[in-house]
Design a protein around this ligand. Structure first.
Ligand SMILES: [Zn+2]
Length: 123
């Protein structure tokens, strides 16, 4: 099995509803996102997918989130924009755009800080 990893980042504000603690107040993060794509075989060039292609797909998804209050965006009006839910949202958006490719989306990881991340994947 082959695996490609691509990273990008975005900056946004959020707060957590139904949560008691400092994260109930609005604050911002420079989120780092890593997308992992898997495939069993490479093509004749030796690639499972062009890095540029994954980067472009990820960028499209992150542009929707960048420089917003995440709680005000449709995907997070009912559920909290926790790192877990952001990872799941990005995973679902990318799953749709990668459906036509011969690769499988393996995992999406979202870092809120350099030392704290959450991942979403299909088991
Ligand atoms: Zn936060």
């Amino acid at each position: 099995m082959f695996e490609l990893n691509v990273e990008d980042e975005f900056a946004s504000a959020h707060f957590l509803r139904k949560y008691k603690g400092k994260c109930e107040r609005m604050h911002g993060h420079n989120y780092r996102v890593m997308v992992c794509v898997r495939a069993k075989k490479t093509d004749s060039v030796g690639l499972i997918m062009d890095f540029g292609e994954i980067k472009a797909e990820l960028k499209k998804v992150l542009e929707v989130l960048d420089h917003h209050v995440l709680d005000e965006l449709p995907p997070f009006k009912r559920i909290n924009p926790s790192a877990e839910n952001i990872a799941k949202y990005i995973f679902e958006c990318l799953s749709k755009s990668l459906k036509r490719k011969k690769v499988r989306l393996g995992k999406v990881t979202v870092w809120e800080t350099a030392r704290a991340s959450a991942s979403y994947f299909n088991d």
